[in-house]
Design a protein around this ligand. Structure first.
Ligand code: URA
Length: 232
C-alpha cells in the first residue's frame, strides 16, 4: 500500500492532509524519512512515526478501556465528556465505537472497535456474552437478596424474570454476572430485589478480566488475539 493510503487508513486525515504530512517530512518508517507519498510499503507489522510519535499499522482496532466515572458512552454526550476523548483523535477519525454502553457513573471494562462485524457480534443477544459486575450496595447483602437474584427478578418492561449469577464479595459488595445488556440492567435488578446500587464496576466481559489488563482508570490498550479469544 502507498504511504499516503496507509496514513489515510490509520486515521491521519484526508488524501490531501496525508500527502502534506509526508511532503512536510513529518513521517518516517524504521528511522527513514519518507517524502514520496506514493512509496509502496508492506502493511503487515509496519511501524511508522508521525512527528516522532510511533504507530503500528492496524487493519482494525480492538481496544479495552478502563472507563472512569463521569464519562458518557453516547455519541452526543450532554452532561459529561465522552469516552472517545480518552482515545487518540486518529482512532476517532477511524470511527471507533464503544461495544454497548456503560452508564456515566459506571466504571470498568469497556470494549471499543472500528470493526462493525465485531461490534455487532459482541452486542448480539444471541451470543450471550457474559458481563460481570461488582456492585457496591446501600443495604448489606442478605441470603434472601442472593436467592432472589439467582431465581430471577421481574423488570417492568421485560416479559420474563431475569436471573444473575451472584457471589458475595463483602458485606456490601456483590459480584453479578448477566448475559443480557438491558438498560440500567444491574441497577434495576438490584432495585427490584429491594436493595440499591451505590456504585458499579464492570470487572469482566466473557473471560477477559479488567484486572488481567492491568489498566489504570482512564487508560486503554490494544487487545491482542489471545485476549479477544477470551471474550466468550
Ligand atoms: N447495568 C447498569 O445498571 N448499568 C451499567 O452501566 C451496566 C449494567
Amino acid at each position: 500500500m502507498t504511504l499516503e493510503k496507509i496514513l489515510r487508513s490509520q486515521g491521519f486525515g484526508s488524501r490531501k492532509q496525508c500527502r502534506q504530512l509526508i511532503w512536510n517530512e513529518q513521517v518516517s518508517v524504521a528511522g527513514r524519512l519518507i517524502t514520496d507519498a506514493d512509496e509502496d510499503l508492506p502493511c503487515a507489522g509496519l511501524v511508522f512515526s508521525v512527528d516522532g510519535k510511533e504507530w503500528t499499522f492496524r487493519q482494525q482496532l480492538y481496544i479495552g478501556l478502563h472507563k472512569p466515572p463521569d464519562y458518557e458512552c453516547s455519541r452526543k454526550p450532554s452532561h459529561h465528556p465522552g469516552i472517545l476523548t480518552l482515545l487518540p483523535q486518529e482512532y476517532v477519525n477511524r470511527n471507533i465505537q464503544p461495544v454497548g454502553r456503560l452508564d456515566h457513573d459506571t466504571t470498568g471494562l469497556l470494549l471499543l472497535s472500528d470493526d462493525g462485524g465485531f461490534i455487532h457480534a459482541q452486542s448480539s443477544p444471541k451470543r450471550h456474552v457474559r458481563k460481570t459486575y461488582e456492585a457496591t450496595l446501600f443495604e448489606a447483602v442478605t441470603p434472601q437478596l442472593i436467592a432472589q437474584l439467582q431465581e430471577g427478578v421481574k423488570l417492568i418492561d421485560e416479559d420474563k424474570p431475569i436471573a444473575a449469577q451472584v457471589r458475595m464479595l463483602d458485606t456490601h459488595l456483590l459480584e453479578l454476572s448477566i448475559d443480557q445488556g438491558k438498560y440500567h440492567q444491574v441497577k434495576r435488578m438490584l432495585a427490584a430485589a429491594g436493595n440499591h446500587c451505590v456504585s458499579l464496576r464492570r470487572s469482566a466481559i466473557g473471560k477477559l478480566t479488567l484486572d488481567s489488563l492491568g489498566l489504570p482508570m482512564g487508560q486503554w490498550c490494544h487487545l491482542e488475539p489471545g485476549q479477544l479469544a477470551q471474550l466468550v
